[in-house]
Design a protein around this ligand. Structure first.
Ligand code: PLP
Length: 407
């Protein structure tokens, strides 16, 4: 069997499918011709989960359901994740909300561990409960048994993000997936959802640790160039197919142009991630010794507790390209540093070729309740850095001069 990078490079497309073209073509068609009316009727019935008159022919119907260019991107992501199936969405939030709606219900509660990306946190706290779904916040995964006993409840979904945005908190995936398997029945599976955006398929492979569904903001490392928004899920056919069914009706499908860009981006994912990490390690080494930094959070061993180092060695192949640093002086000091950065662009998002910096408390996590922010260290002095592919020494110099404005 070929290695991962090779399989992912060619997944989903062979030049014989496209007049010999080395690259897959873009197929923008919204609709696809049925060979005859009965075949069309059977294909539509199957797509809507109804029994067809005769076995339905495989094929594309309409680009909200599937499309050849989107298929290529989905096969490439499934190859990177070594999953049975992947599905792309118009944004990361479309992927997350659709997957949660598909697999939660009034008798399938969602248990989550904060911190989470602000949009996911808002969806879980404010939107899902309004649809009758019980959503519970666990302080961490050690609270699974106690929550089970206190509420005499088994969740439908355990939802984690690791490393978590923006504090870099780690959660042990095996703790969630083992507990979920122990409490699953055939009629009521307990599914472990892992937002794998921060590390991506190369550095963290939660499916191999028993997770059931990966969720991605593909806007980040998978896209990797700050020039598209997209989301994805990846997992077994059974779990992903149900999410795809909801995608068809909620309508958060990706468009073929963006899918094509993602197929291209995924060809360089491993090379980019290597450099993101290399740069982030150099910057972390500089910040670790910097007198102005109060707290430095990275997913590298030097900055992790002994317990977290154990989690990292079990489930991570590297610390990735994200760094969170806290400066003394709260919001005014953090804003001063941000306003003096030149190479780091003052912008939300992450995982792109250029370096980005932002203030989670007032930007990406502005809607997270204050008590949750303070319980999880999303403080006013916290600055989140997404390390890009520029020269590391230039980035260090940029940080050095911006931090010097505080002395
Ligand atoms: C960890 C994480 N998950 C999900 C999302 C949501 O993705 P999108 O902005 O593509 O909708 C983000 C966005 O920043 C994120 O950081």
């Amino acid at each position: 069997m070929q290695e991962l990078e090779t399989r992912a490079m060619f997944a989903g497309y062979h030049p014989s499918d496209g007049d010999g073209a080395v690259k897959p073509p873009i197929q923008p068609s919204s609709t696809f011709v049925f060979p005859d009316a009965q075949t069309g009727a059977d294909m539509m019935a199957a797509a809507y989960g109804m029994p067809p008159d005769q076995p339905a022919k495989e094929g594309h119907i309409y680009s909200r359901i599937s499309n050849p260019t989107i298929d290529v991107a989905e096969k490439r992501l499934a190859a990177w994740d070594d999953s049975e199936s992947a599905a792309f969405f118009s944004t990361g939030m479309a992927a997350i909300s659709t997957a949660l709606l598909a697999w939660s219900s009034p008798d399938r509660p969602v248990w989550f561990c904060p911190p989470l990306y602000g949009g996911t946190d808002h969806f879980l706290r404010s939107i899902l409960p309004s649809m009758g779904v019980t959503v519970r916040e666990l302080s961490n995964l050690d609270a699974l048994d106690a929550t089970h006993e206190a509420y005499e409840e088994i969740p439908g979904i355990i939802y984690i993000e690791t490393p978590a945005n923006p504090t870099m908190q780690l959660h042990r995936i095996l703790t969630a997936s083992d507990w979920a398997k122990k409490h699953s029945t055939e009629e009521k599976p307990v599914l472990t959802f892992v937002d794998n955006t921060y590390l991506g398929p190369i550095l963290q492979r939660p499916l191999e640790l028993g997770a059931d569904l990966l969720l991605y903001s593909a806007t980040k490392y998978i896209g990797g160039h700050s020039d598209l928004v997209a989301g994805a899920v990846s997992g077994t056919n059974a779990v992903v197919d149900h999410v795809k069914e909801y995608r068809t009706f909620l309508g958060g499908m990706i468009d073929p142009w963006t899918a094509w860009m993602l197929s291209r981006s995924m060809e360089t994912l491993h090379v980019r991630i290597d450099r993101h990490q290399e740069n982030a390690q150099k910057i972390a080494a500089f910040l670790r010794n910097h007198p102005t930094i109060e707290i430095l959070k990275t997913a590298w061993n030097e900055d992790l507790s002994v317990a977290d180092q154990r989690i990292a060695s079990e489930q991570m192949k590297g610390g990735g390209g994200m760094i969170s640093m806290t400066v003394p002086g709260g919001r005014p000091a953090a804003f001063k540093v941000l306003n003096h950065l030149h190479l780091f662009k003052l912008a939300v998002s992450l995982g792109s070729t250029e370096s980005l910096a932002q203030h989670p408390a007032s930007m990406t996590h502005v809607a997270v309740p204050e008590d949750v922010k303070s319980a999880h260290g999303i403080s006013e002095g916290l600055i989140r850095l997404s390390v890009g592919l520029e020269n590391a020494d230039d980035l260090i110099q940029d940080l050095d001069q911006a931090l010097a404005t505080l002395s």
